[in-house]
Design a protein around this ligand. Structure first.
Ligand code: GDG
Length: 519
């Protein structure tokens, strides 16, 4: 499914989208046949809607599998046209009758082939963990980070080299479109692309959207001066740099002021480069409301929901839920410790409340993430051993990817716990309040972007205060049913009225492009 884009907002110029992961990835199955799978998640859905609505759009992303590289190689490293429905495949393959000109429902993919070592350094040394950890405030500075020759090489030959490859690909795509295009860059992988594209394609309009937090200036001092200046001047190649919240946008301006000495206007939200200004905007991302409701109403989800209710909600038993990647920024270990504290403080809840944790193992090639997953397993084993009663273990930990099960769990839970240390937005919170049918309570970290919109209807969690989280969970589990309902309904309305289409439309409306009705 692709999110519809309002026709009058379509830009009157070609669009070049850039993200690390693209909307389709290729593999070989056991029979040796080429298969293609759609990328999951709201961002991909929204941008696919945009890319497939436009007569001339291209999506530049990394070739991350061997088969992605094969596809790129077969097409001379040029853009490949891909149909998405009913199943994704390269246009012309298995159906040569289908022409190669752009058609509705198709996207053009430019799969960028990267040197394996360069990609590894870019991804597993610089982007994750270094930038991710820095931007989520995850470093305990007495011990980490340690920037050695290894990191310096990774910054030069990995992060900068990969950004250079992407900039080259974007420049080619803009140039074949006559030099004038809207370039929409996504996320912390690509801080250095815009500056290079602007130099070589001065007529391009460049926008950047950051999906993770932007901390204040001092956090960036963790990086050597030359690195942070590269990153900032790279970003200032854009016309607009956009964030989930106003706070992140303000932090960005303050960082430019303090680390580059540039004049900024915190009212107009701009930074002045002399010959031009760069705007810092904020657009809170959301979910595809119709698609999430459709999934929640599916037979598969209903079947899972029945099973979950039987297992966890019989009588007056209650279910606390969390759904996350096993990312240290999600604060999963402290969440379990808070649950254990709740059980210690309120032994009457033993056997009455279960904590279901549906966690997707994430970035296991990064040592910090592999260690964190091991820590999760150990803390759950310890808590379950301490609080098991008559065969009932208080925590049910499942390490798996299963979106229909996750959505079923959203519908039946009594409390959704989101206690992230820091989170750009947190879509799990938005999805759960939309489809929950048990008047579930949202227990939401104050350090999530989502807290700005949903905090008024949530029990707020302080991510570092385990006792406070335990008390807040107790307040959620014992909340008056009328209040539970009123809050859940109000939160669902906020999400419904600010869906993904609005997020995209607001950005397109603010850009210096000339919209016209779609053809
Ligand atoms: C980054 C930022 C920002 C859940 N289980 C499965 C599954 N999910 C989906 C959820 C949700 C998504 O994963 C997680 O999104 P979040 O926003 O919660 O978190 P991040 O992955 O860290 O996302 C975040 C976001 O970008 C967008 O800008 O909100 O702050 O960190 O949509 O439904 N998906 C699949 N299988 C599962 O089992 N495929």
């Amino acid at each position: 499914m692709t999110a519809p884009v309002r026709p009058w907002l379509l830009p009157d110029l070609p669009v070049v989208l850039v993200s690390h992961r693209g909307p389709v990835s290729f593999r070989r199955d056991q029979t040796g046949a080429r298969t293609a799978s759609r990328g999951a998640g709201g961002l991909v859905t929204a941008l696919t809607g945009l890319a497939s609505s436009l007569p001339d759009a291209v999506w530049v992303c990394a070739a991350t599998t061997n088969e992605d590289m094969a596809v790129a190689g077969e097409h001379g490293d040029q853009a490949v046209e891909v149909t998405l429905e009913p199943k994704p495949r390269v246009v012309g393959e298995a159906d040569p009758a289908v022409g190669s000109t752009s058609q509705p429902g198709c996207v053009k993919l430019r799969l960028v082939q990267l040197n394996e070592q360069a990609h590894d350094d870019f991804y597993t040394v610089i982007a994750n963990p270094l930038l991710w950890f820095l931007q989520h405030g995850m470093y305990g500075l007495a011990h980490a980070p340690r920037l050695t020759r290894r990191e310096h090489i990774a910054f030069e030959d990995g992060y900068r080299a990969v950004n250079q490859r992407f900039a080259d690909a974007v420049v080619e795509e803009v140039t074949v479109r006559g030099g004038r295009a809207l370039v929409m860059l996504h996320d912390y992988h690509f801080y250095l692309v815009a500056e290079q594209v602007r130099e070589r394609c001065p007529e391009a309009v460049l926008s950047f959207f950051l999906h993770i937090p932007w901390p204040g200036p001092d956090a960036w001092r963790i990086l050597p001066p030359a690195w942070r200046e590269h990153l900032l001047t790279g970003l200032l190649g854009n016309d607009v740099v956009a964030f989930h919240t106003e706070g992140f946008a303000r932090n960005f301006l303050l960082t430019c002021q303090e680390l580059l000495g540039l004049p900024v206007d915190l009212q107009a939200m701009t930074v002045d480069l002399g010959d031009r200004q760069v705007a810092a905007h904020h657009y809170p991302i959301s979910i595809d409301v119709a698609a999430m409701r459709e999934l929640a109403a599916s037979a598969e989800v209903a079947e899972h929901a029945r099973g979950l209710r039987e297992a966890f909600c019989a009588g007056d038993r209650q279910l606390v839920l969390r759904i996350d990647r096993t990312d240290p920024s999600k604060n999963i270990v402290r969440g379990f410790e808070a649950f254990a504290t709740l059980l210690a403080d309120h032994p009457e809840l033993l056997g009455q409340v279960t904590f279901l944790a549906l966690l997707q193992p994430s970035r296991q090639d990064v040592p910090e993430y592999a260690d964190y997953l091991a820590e999760i397993g150990a803390v759950v084993a310890r808590i379950n051993a301490s609080y098991v009663r008559e065969g009932h273990e208080p925590i049910d930990l499942r390490l798996q990817e299963d979106l229909p099960l996750a959505v079923a769990a959203y519908t039946v839970c009594d409390v959704l716990m989101v206690n992230a240390l820091a989170d750009g937005m947190n879509l799990v919170a938005k999805e759960a309040v939309l489809v929950n049918t048990h008047d579930g309570v949202l227990a939401l970290s104050e350090n999530t972007g989502a807290h700005q919109e949903l905090g008024a209807f949530a029990v707020t969690l302080h991510p570092f205060d385990i006792q406070q989280q335990a008390d807040a969970l107790y307040a959620a589990l014992t909340m008056d049913p009328g209040l539970r309902r009123a809050r859940r309904e109000a939160a669902a309305l906020v999400v419904q009225e600010n869906d993904l289409g609005k997020w995209l439309a607001a950005q397109l409306a603010d850009l210096p492009i000339h919209p016209q009705p779609s053809r």
